[in-house]
Design a protein around this ligand. Sequence first.
Ligand code: IMP
Length: 178
Amino acid sequence: MHRDIEQILFAEEALQAKVTEMGRAIAVDYQDKNPMLIGVLKGSFIFMADLVRAMDLPCQIEFFGVSSYGNKSETTGAVRITRDLETDIEGRHIIIVEDILDSGLTLNYLMEYFQSRRPASIEICTLLDKPERRRVEILPRYIGFQIPDAFVVGYGLDFAERYRNLPYIGVLKPEVYA
Ligand code: IMP
């Protein structure tokens, strides 16, 4: 275990099992719909890669970039687009793929942004959910794990651009970000 990690929440095997289950559920729900999965960068890149390999159906994969917290562990509420879509989503079935749902402000912004481009449908798939921290109501159709209010890293999730490559998800020691 990395020395900055206090506790491992989800080991590689647990993540694989859950992500495979989520991919299969999406494949059942979206047969013949050719969904467009839009990953929110950067945190979702590993989740997306594993999720789509568990989905046995034709689908399109896109990425959308928003700014993270920088070097802080709390949201500022402001969302900055760092990479826009390069494709038309009108009439398409959209699934937003997010690593973690915290205050909900990022997804709230993204839902409104994508809705204005008139997709046929739009749903959210998040690997992690911290329900205690929610500030706006967001109802994802697919949730991997609910977690308590702790700052977690690994499997794509970072703190100040570090730890994304850890193969597990763990709680960061508070002294690292204090
Ligand atoms: P929200 O807008 O507060 O829901 O925050 C969503 C974004 O905050 C995620 O996409 C992450 O980039 C970041 N985030 C929230 N909680 C954590 C965490 O525990 N670890 C790493 N990033 C987090």
